[in-house]
Ligand binder design. Structure first.
Ligand code: F3S
Length: 427
């Protein structure tokens, strides 16, 4: 790779061993992908600290050592940097009665990560919806981990980034650089497959979860080819776009999609496909969407024990919606309901009285934590059962289902109804 003088300095260790390791990693990745140069990034998003290693044990120790070595000698992240949720809200852990040693380990690990990255100036929102607090402009390059974050910035903001790993995203935060390849190049961002709804389906009647089920189905078909969604309302809200985007990062492995008339690079079909013809066409039927709901409902019987919202982290309109549905109601005594959102939005939701309404009904609004990961079976302390789970997120439903956790997937309204009744109503 051809490096600038500043990049050579970092690679030579002039800014300390952490930044040197970061440059070594970025150069190795760049060479693997035949990138000729590095490009400056305007923003980075990190994975939650130690996330994959709970319960911690020896993996946790190695993970912490690796994190410390990676930032050794660094004084400040070079670009605005946000970070994904950590593992578990401690109030929730207490409420669920997680055993003390587990609780202590999680607490220590979270404090370690917060201190380590806090020293470098991370924006401590601990969220997988950073676009709600850090918008970007079309054409800005990013070094971001977390598939749904990357996809949303590429699709809705026209920012440019690959699906980075935890270590490469951290390397970008430390150096302000990323190898110039993949989704950083305009020619790799064009759509390949045209996606439409069958005649007679009006997407303006879709709930958020309908949007998600629709795109989850499409993700399973397109796998790694970029789809162009045509025929959706050009005035789609950010929230609808969020639900449309979530699924494509899980059922497909895509860093971006195009929504005709919405994605900044897709004012016309010609622009979305870069003047080429689509390689194929998908027409989605009502039955395809209905079957996707069934596919994601992997629980049996009708019991519900945990209801989770905020995957990716909830926006204020979503919290408002849940509060409205719960106002004056009482969540079933055997059900735990949680809404996960970023720290700043939980703060605002408190100011607005929304947290009060949800908590009066028996639910919890929690900052910092991932909605799905703490409930994957391998991460729950032995002897605990927090299932079946109900969710309005295809991403949570997908992860939980593949981790063998009985899960219900449905609209926000249906999940709230299930929390109140303590059971899932069949359609
Ligand atoms: Fe966020 Fe966890 Fe879902 S990181 S996107 S809440 S799986």
């Amino acid at each position: 790779m051809r490096l600038s003088a500043e990049e050579e300095r970092m690679l030579a260790g002039k800014e300390g061993p952490g930044i040197q390791r970061a440059m070594e990693l970025l150069v190795a990745v760049g060479e693997a992908y035949d990138a000729e140069v590095m490009i400056g990034v305007a923003f980075a998003h990190l994975l939650g600290t130690g996330m994959a290693h709970y319960p911690m044990g020896q993996f946790g120790v190695w993970s912490r050592e690796l994190e410390e070595e990676s930032v050794e000698g660094a004084k400040q992240f070079k670009v605005p940097t946000t970070i994904n949720p950590t593992f578990l809200d401690l109030r929730l852990a207490e409420r669920l009665g997680y055993p003390q040693p587990y609780f202590d380990e999680v607490k220590a690990s979270m404090a370690h990560g917060e201190k380590l990255y806090g020293r470098l100036g991370v924006i401590p929102a601990f969220t997988c919806s950073p676009s709600l607090i850090h918008p970007l402009r079309k054409g800005e390059h990013i070094g971001a981990a977390e598939s749904s974050v990357v996809q949303f910035y590429n699709t809705v903001f026209g920012a440019m980034g690959n699906r980075e790993s935890g270590p490469t995203a951290l390397a970008s935060a430390l150096t302000g650089r990323t190898p110039f390849h993949g989704m950083h190049l305009p020619e790799n961002r064009y759509g390949q497959i045209l996606v439409e709804l069958e005649k007679g389906i009006d997407p303006r009647e879709f709930t958020n979860s309908d949007y998600s089920a629709f795109s989850y189905y499409v993700g399973g078909l397109v796998v790694d080819k970029i789809p162009v969604f045509a025929g959706l309302p050009s005035n789609m809200t950010m929230l609808q776009l969020k639900y449309l985007c979530i699924s494509l990062a899980v059922s497909g492995g895509l860093p971006m999609i195009h929504v005709l008339g919405v994605t900044p690079e897709s004012p016309t079909l010609e622009a979305a496909f870069g003047g080429r013809k689509p390689v194929s066409r998908i027409t989605v039927t009502r039955k395809n969407i209905a079957d996707t709901y069934k596919e994601l409902c992997a629980a049996k019987g009708d019991k519900v024990q945990l209801v989770v919202f905020g995957c990716p982290h909830a926006s204020l309109p979503e919290i408002q919606d849940i509060a409205r549905l719960l106002q004056g109601k009482r969540i079933h005594k055997d059900v735990t309901l949680i809404v996960c959102a970023s720290r700043p939005l939980v703060f605002l939701a408190k100011e607005m009285g929304l947290v009060d309404i949800i908590e009066k009904a028996g639910g919890l609004v929690v900052p910092d934590m991932c909605t799905a990961c703490p409930f994957l079976r391998r991460q729950v302390p032995k002897g605990f059962k927090v299932e079946p789970v109900a969710t309005d997120s295809t991403k949570s439903a997908h992860y939980l289902k593949y981790a063998g956790v009985p899960t219900w997937f449905g609209s926000t309204q249906k999940c709230v109804d299930a929390a109140i009744a303590g059971k899932w109503e069949a359609d």
